[in-house]
Each structure stands twice: as C-alpha cells, then as structure tokens.
Ligand binder design. Structure first.
Ligand code: IMP
Ligand code: MG
Length: 175
C-alpha cells in the first residue's frame, strides 16, 4: 500500500488544463481543412485524450492502440508487442498519435514505425509529458505539454501498477 505522503504534486489540474488549451489551439491551427485520425495509446492517455478532443473543433476520428513492453514494472526493456493494433485504415490519413509520456522513447518509436508502414499522409506526435533525460531512442515530438524531471509520475491517466490513474493532478511518486 502506497502512502499519500509519497505523492508530491508536480503539475496541478489548472496547469494541465492550460496546457490542454494551448495544445488544442496548436492542433486546431495545424489541422484546418483536414479530417485527422487521432490514435490514443492505451491506457495512460485516456484522460488526456478525453479532455483534448472536446476542445478540437475538427471532423476528427479516434482510435486506440494498446502496446506492451516487456521488462521491469517501471520501464521498457526494448521489446514492444502490439496487444491491440489500430483497426481504422491509416493509409492516406493525417495521423496524430496521442501519448501520456515519452520516457525511453522505445514504445512511441515502435508505434510510429508501425504506423509509418501503413503509409499515412502525415504522422505527428502529441504527448502530455516528456522525460528527455531518459531517452534511449530519438522521438520527434510535434506537440508537447510538459517536460518532466527524471522521476516516476502518476495521475491524470498515468499509473503505477494500475493505481493512481484517477488522480486529477500529476504527482511524483517517491520511493
Ligand atoms: P517508454 O520508456 O518511452 O517506452 O515508455 C513506456 C511506458 O512506460 C510509457 O508509455 C508509460 O506507460 C510507462 N512510463 C514511463 N515513465 C513513466 C512514469 O513516470 N510514470 C508512469 N508510467 C511511466
Ligand atoms: Mg504510454
């Protein structure tokens, strides 16, 4: 059982809301005249996507991908597996991937390569958080909410062992 004291607030719900506003403005501006296909990466991005899409006044479509990476509970080991791929045809579409966090970059880079093979018209990445000091594989980020320090974070959809996804703010989880 993790004690409340181990949770330290990192990004408040107000700061998150402002970042979502800003990202939605940037995406609306860049996708005028397009019918983008947003692809959410489960499960961590579900809260972010729910907030973001309600601010996107675009004829968008939404699908989800579920990926698993083997390794220690808290990090990728480099082997990624598609649990549920994207069912919507991607060929010729303007695809925007929505992530909760880019850490080592292994998972996101795998997904971008997987989608690239399906020949989208364009492929971009929006992530709520980025932990650049942990990067092992380069990942081009087109829309970024927050750069976060080298700490384990939870809340706003992001979990630790499936817990804390329901917290409205983002916290660091101290050992
Ligand atoms: P990657 O290391 O960039 O491949 O990230 C793999 C996955 O690890 C992410 O999609 C998250 O699910 C998880 N992850 C990485 N850092 C954190 C964190 O700080 N908190 C919770 N999950 C994380
Ligand atoms: Mg993720």
């Amino acid at each position: 059982m993790v004690l409340q004291q181990q949770l330290k607030i990192l990004i408040s719900r107000d700061e998150i809301a402002k970042a979502v506003d800003r990202l939605a403005r940037e995406i609306r501006r860049d996708y005028q005249g397009s019918q983008p296909l947003l692809i959410g990466v489960l499960k961590g991005s579900f809260v972010f996507i729910a907030d973001l899409v309600r601010q996107l006044d675009l004829p968008l479509e939404l699908d989800f991908a579920n990926l698993a990476s083997y390794g220690a509970a808290r990090e990728s080991c480099g082997k990624v597996r598609v649990i549920q791929g994207v069912k919507t045809p991607v060929k010729g579409r303007d695809v925007l991937v929505i992530e909760d966090i880019v850490d080592t970059g292994i998972t996101t880079s795998f997904l971008l390569d997987y989608l690239k093979k399906k020949k989208p018209a364009s492929l971009k990445l929006c992530t709520l958080t980025d932990k650049p000091c942990r990067r092992r594989v380069p990942v081009p980020i087109d829309y970024l909410g927050f750069t976060v320090p080298n700490k384990f974070i939870v809340g706003y959809g992001i979990d630790c062992g499936e817990k804390f996804r329901n917290l409205p703010d983002i916290y660091t989880l101290e050992e």
